[in-house]
Design a protein around this ligand. Structure first.
Ligand code: NCD
Length: 306
């Protein structure tokens, strides 16, 4: 059974294919109206979500399929003490594909070991978020036309930001990518990303606390929220939450064709005036998330039924 737990579960060629299918869906949505008729997706969300859960559901409905699930642990048997493994095994009897988000790192992987249907990791703790990465890759491809030779800046909470970890892994397979890591000292990328991905793949990188000193070098700027729910104490969160606020003034030195991405939700880190700037791509990114998830559901269901 094929699952998507880590972005590297997909080859580079498979990611290219998913991007091609998503672009075809965008151009010809009616072709796909009934592609998953009579198929059921279960969305098991043990952690809050707006975009990821609703984009999965919208994707499945747009393919003619059905959806069921829960959006908080409190309304599932987890509240009675059921294990992730038993919940997943149960739900795989009611559905053809599962998307799961969980606060514990590795929970979707545990689910995949017992599930009779494909499991998609919709975010596991501060670890990985592969379908946000597919969304980000589709957005970069549509905005920049290619992945090679881009200078990509990651700004904000690089320690707990799971979307950052997955996107850096995905980018490690393309040539000529330069990574610029912009964060407070306390929120630097974890060593499994820095040593295990960036250094292990000889990716050129710089690490700084100062966004303004590097903004002019970037082709893509990936802003992130400080992940309050992963902090051990509120004081540290309050001290760090406004470390970076992207404003029109700071963008004066940026390239005219910079692409500004953000997985959202935004708290304070991009001022709303930036939304009018043609370089702001984060709402286009939201739209892309629905189409790339349609492409992914099609692929995993096709392979499961082959
Ligand atoms: C991200 C997540 O859940 O990790 N959101 C999302 O899925 N679009 C980023 C975040 O919550 O900050």
């Amino acid at each position: 059974m094929r699952h998507l737990i880590n972005i590297l579960d997909l080859s580079k060629e498979e990611i290219d294919e998913l991007i091609d299918v998503a672009n075809d869906i965008i151009a010809n949505p009616e072709k796909y109206n009934e592609a998953c008729k009579h198929k059921i997706m279960a969305t098991l969300f043990f952690e809050p979500s707006t975009r990821t859960r609703l984009s999965f559901e919208s994707a499945m409905l747009s393919l003619g399929g059905e959806v069921l699930g829960f959006s908080e642990a409190a309304s599932s048997s987890a509240a009675k003490g059921e294990s992730v493994s038993d919940t997943a095994r149960t739900v795989s009897c009611y559905s053809d594909i599962i998307a799961m988000r969980h606060p514990k790192e590795g929970a979707p992987y545990v689910a995949s070991l017992v599930s009779e249907v494909p499991v998609i990791n919709a975010g596991d703790g501060g670890h990985n978020h592969p379908t946000q990465t597919l969304t980000d890759l589709l957005t970069i491809k549509r905005e920049k036309g290619h992945f090679e030779n881009l200078t990509v800046g990651f700004c904000g909470d690089l320690k707990f930001g799971r979307t950052v970890h997955s996107l850096i892994s995905a980018l490690s397979r393309y040539s000529g990518i330069k990574i610029v890591l912009i964060s407070p000292e306390e929120l630097k990328v974890p060593s499994y990303v820095k040593n295990g991905v960036i250094k292990a793949n000889n990716m050129p990188y710089v690490q700084t606390t100062d966004l303004e000193s590097v903004i002019g070098d970037l082709d893509v700027l990936y802003m992130t929220r400080v992940q309050r729910e992963r902090f051990f104490n509120e004081e540290d969160y309050l001290r760090l939450k406004d470390s970076y606020i992207l404003t029109p003034k700071k963008l004066e030195n940026a390239k005219p064709d910079l692409a500004i991405l953000h997985p959202l939700p935004r708290v304070n880190e991009i001022s709303v005036e930036v939304d009018k700037d043609p370089r702001a791509c984060y709402f286009k990114q939201v739209r892309n998330g629905r189409y790339i998830r349609m492409a992914l559901i099609l692929k995993l269901l096709k392979e499961a039924n082959a």
